[in-house]
Design a protein around this ligand. Structure first.
Ligand code: NAI
Length: 464
């Protein structure tokens, strides 16, 4: 099969950046260029201070430091990179549509289509085009149709290669993937991509399927993962009412090898750019085929997640004597999970929105999320004016400043450092009674009760 010497990746985001950095590090003979139309993002990837790259992931800046300028490049010259590469990854965003048919459900494929048209316009020799973005079933067909009608005699092979990395552990996941999935119909093209991964991934971990199985597998994997979270979260509410502890229940059922121990942590709700978007997409596809029961089944995973965020906020209000108006509530964490600076669909955003509707004053501390991002997330909801958001929400760089004179602390992200804080000191700084709402079951409930806190831990009921 053809040996690849130059790769181009369109989209320098949370997937394109880390994935290409690892390919470059592991395949020193391949030159990898990551391009993006967002010039600010590319400038950040090229920042001399490698700690200022736009994606925070443990271990990522080290990989970038090693490969950047050697065989890893970040650029805004999209046409040039397309022209020179034999293999082009498309890793652009595929958000939920916000307009027209399928609004709020279907994936918006306009960015993908723009990429396909750009490749069709620029390419002068044969290319392998790899879908890295998560795409609805049969998108490859649309790509093929756009690319094959250029009339310039160039041949395009299209592969689906969905990415299974999890943010927060992206580098480890890329180094040791449970599997790499490649869907396609050209054996030579498939082999060319297998050869890239074979630089570091054992052959038995590289699966090949037809294109549609591959596309659907990614949506299915995210649907199953999110479904586990909603299942344990549904039980967390029952545990709270009955005096059980959802963490004990999770431990007990997780020992069943058919269930397994992972991804059974109750929380204030899942977030991230993928789970909700991909399930909505699955629901939309099922509806398109008239499969109402299938669609309703998966939609319930989202409804449960919305309920979990909502009830966490409602519980704060009712516990604080049915009013939070003018009360200071300290948010520990804003990112959708620990070890990432990504806030897309973070539970914190929605909990904050509910509390702001009740006129709470929120002070946010997150170790990695900058102030502008927090305001941008709230503004995007369009619930209130930008001015009101800035009046009601303060962002601080010191957790002890956040808790000063606060009525309550709410833990929204499971950052490790929150466990190590001086909770005696936090108790002294807060108003009394001092409430802690632990949305991640992160803190030691008994220890904090011993200090004097009024504790609420998600999924943990009071023994009757
Ligand atoms: P992102 O939003 O962080 O990055 C996408 C980038 O593509 C942006 O920087 C944007 O400026 C750029 N872009 C859009 N159109 C372009 C064009 N025509 N030319 C050049 N650049 C363009 O998105 P992220 O998180 O990297 O996700 C990308 C895809 O990967 C999505 O389909 C997502 O569902 C999928 N995915 C995401 C995972 C995650 O953990 N974030 C995991 C697995 C898959």
């Amino acid at each position: 099969s053809k040996k690849i010497s130059k790769i181009c990746c369109i989209g320098a985001g949370y997937v394109g950046g880390p994935t290409m950095a690892v390919i470059a590090q592991k395949c020193p003979d391949i030159e990898v260029t990551v391009v993006d139309i967002n010039a600010q993002r590319i400038a950040a990837w090229n920042d001399k201070d490698v700690n200022k790259i736009p994606v925070y992931e443990p271990g990522l800046s080290e990989v970038v430091a090693e490969a950047r300028g050697k065989n890893l490049f970040f650029s805004t010259e999209v046409d040039k990179a397309i022209d020179e590469a034999e293999m082009i990854f498309i890793s652009v965003n595929t958000p939920t549509k916000t307009y027209g048919k399928g609004k709020g459900m279907a994936a918006d494929l306009k960015y993908i289509e723009l990429c396909a048209r750009q490749i069709a316009r620029v390419a002068k020799n044969d290319k392998i085009v790899v879908e890295k973005s998560t795409l609805p079933v049969r998108t490859a067909e649309a790509l093929k149709s756009i690319l094959h009608n250029t009339g310039n005699g160039v041949n395009f092979d299209i592969l689906s290669n969905p990415e299974f990395l999890a943010e927060g552990t992206a580098i480890q996941d890329l180094y040791k993937p449970d599997r790499v999935l490649i869907g396609g119909d050209s054996p030579e093209a498939i082999q060319a991509l297998v050869d890239v991964y074979a630089c570091w991934v054992p052959n038995e971990n590289i699966l090949t399927t037809n294109v549609w199985s591959s596309e659907l597998s990614k949506l299915t994997a995210n649907a199953f993962l999110a479904q586990r979270v909603s299942s344990i979260n549904a039980l967390s509410e029952l545990c709270e009412k009955t005096g059980a502890d959802v963490n004990e229940v999770a431990r007990a059922i997780g020992t069943d090898s058919r269930i397994g121990p992972k991804f059974l942590k109750a929380s204030v709700g899942f977030g991230g750019s993928c789970f909700q978007k991909d399930i909505l997409n699955l629901v939309y596809i099922a509806k398109t085929y008239g499969l109402t029961e299938v669609a309703d089944y998966w939609e319930q995973v989202i409804l449960m997640n919305d309920h979990q965020k909502r009830r966490f906020a409602d519980n704060i209000v009712s516990t604080l004597y049915n009013t939070v108006s003018g009360k200071k509530i300290a948010f520990l964490g804003w990112a959708f999970k620990k070890d990432t600076n990504d806030t897309r669909e973070s539970a914190a955003i929605y909990v904050a929105d509910h509390l702001l509707n009740e006129q709470a004053e929120i002070v946010v501390y997150d170790p990695k999320v900058p102030e502008e991002q927090i305001y941008a997330d709230l503004d995007y909801l369009n619930t209130r004016s930008e001015k009101e958001n800035r009046n009601l929400v303060t962002v601080v760089n010191d957790p002890y400043e956040a808790v000063n004179e606060a009525h309550a602390v709410a833990v929204l992200t499971e950052w490790d450092e929150f466990k190590a804080y001086d909770w005696q000191k936090i108790y002294r700084e807060m108003l009394k009674p001092s409430f802690v709402f632990d949305g991640r079951a992160l803190l030691d409930k008994e220890q904090l009760k011993g200090i004097g806190f009024e504790m609420y831990t998600i999924g943990v009921g009071e023994e009757q």
